[in-house]
Write a protein that binds this ligand. Structure first.
Ligand SMILES: *Cc1c(COP(=O)(O)O)cnc(C)c1O
Length: 353
């Protein structure tokens, strides 16, 4: 890109790797993989895979073949969670390092009749989303398949007291030895925090790698990875009684200094941040004033009157707090990050402005 962008994502590569190592340690003797679907939860899948592979991560998960195909040259093992449609078979049978996660008896038949290589299999143990049934597996559906990893997925891992967690764990554990799968895998980020009984042979964190904190047990162990920054496009003085932005939701209680930022809901800085979000510059907190627009957001400069047109501010984006402020989930905040940012990876800790 030759044109410089007026908004950027600072992406802390060290924090990403530290988060993976923390999750790997919590996974005990199980291997720790990485879910990199939806373009690495919005950060950029290639950059994430390269960094985690260098740190020792060996198992990656995407949703679709299009997501997998663009990563094949990195040479890591990738499982495609949505399995194989007929239209995927040419891609699926052509790439050594990719394998499907089969989800339905139809997908199992399709893969078996192609007589091809290794696959993973998803078993539904109570979420009623993707997966073949426990009964089908016990009844021999997978016989003769070369299964690398037998998986299931937890519906309520972010609610540690929920009874479904233990029900799913024990249903899944009951499949041990019933297939010739090389490994078993159940836990996502929050599942890792449920304890060693949930780790099996391989864990599959996504959210927490990227700074998300789905459960209290992970607080203090996960570092922020993503910090959006935006440039000031205009400064203005708003007189007492003046309103700011669409629908005039904010009325200035006194004469105020305001900056208009080059960032908006089209960048994933959602409307939920209207009047609740904030930014920082030079250690000062700058509140969002009024509605977030598609491409623009107003902040108050009362605490930082020295800021000028062209200066940069860091958007407050610690995921648990940003989710609370915006009413969006931590997942939506990450995967909503738009394409207009310059994505700038740093090796060191985050800069603030
Ligand atoms: C997305 C996903 C994960 C990762 O979940 P997080 O909650 O982001 O840690 C793991 N396994 C499967 C099957 C998934 O779809």
């Amino acid at each position: 890109m030759n044109v410089s962008a007026p908004m950027r994502l600072d992406l802390d590569g060290d924090a990403l790797v530290r988060n993976w190592k923390a999750l790997a340690a919590l996974s005990g003797s199980a291997a720790c993989g990485a879910a990199v679907k939806a373009d690495g939860y919005g950060l950029g899948a290639r950059a994430v895979v390269e960094r985690l592979a260098a740190a020792g991560c060996r198992d990656f998960f995407v949703a679709t073949w299009a997501e997998a195909e663009v990563l094949t040259d990195i040479g890591v093992s990738i499982s495609v969670l949505h399995g194989v449609r007929e239209d995927d078979m040419a891609t699926a049978t052509g790439a050594q390092s990719l394998r499907p996660t089969l989800n339905t008896p139809e997908q199992v038949r399709r893969w078996r009749s192609a007589g091809v290589g290794k696959c993973d299999v998803m078993v539904d143990t109570g979420m009623n989303r993707l997966g073949v049934s426990v009964e089908d597996v016990a009844g021999g559906l997978l016989d003769g398949l070369k299964v690398d990893t037998l998986m299931s997925h937890l519906a309520c891992a972010d609610d540690p007291g929920h009874l479904l967690n233990e029900r799913q764990r024990s249903a899944f554990a009951g499949l041990a030895g019933k297939t010739d799968a090389r490994r078993m895998s159940l836990a996502n980020s929050a599942g890792i925090a449920l304890g060693s009984g949930y780790a099996f042979d391989l864990t599959r964190p996504g959210l927490a790698l990227y700074g998300g904190v789905p459960v209290a047990a992970l607080e203090g162990r996960i570092a922020q990875v993503v910090t959006p920054h935006a440039q000031i496009l205009q400064r203005r003085s708003v007189k007492a009684g003046g309103t700011i932005g669409y629908n005039a939701t904010f009325t200035a209680p006194r004469d105020m200094e305001v900056a208009i930022l080059n960032i908006g809901y089209a960048d994933g800085y959602f409307r939920g941040f209207s009047d609740t979000g904030s930014a920082h510059a030079d250690g000062r907190r700058l509140p969002v004033l009024g509605r977030v627009s598609m491409d623009l957001t107003a902040i108050g400069l009362d605490t930082a009157p020295h800021l000028r047109e062209g200066d940069w501010v860091a958007i407050d984006f610690a995921l648990p707090a940003a989710a609370a402020a915006s009413g969006m989930s931590q997942y939506e905040l990450l995967t909503g990050l738009g394409q207009r940012y310059e994505r700038r990876w740093t090796a060191g800790s985050q800069s603030s402005g």
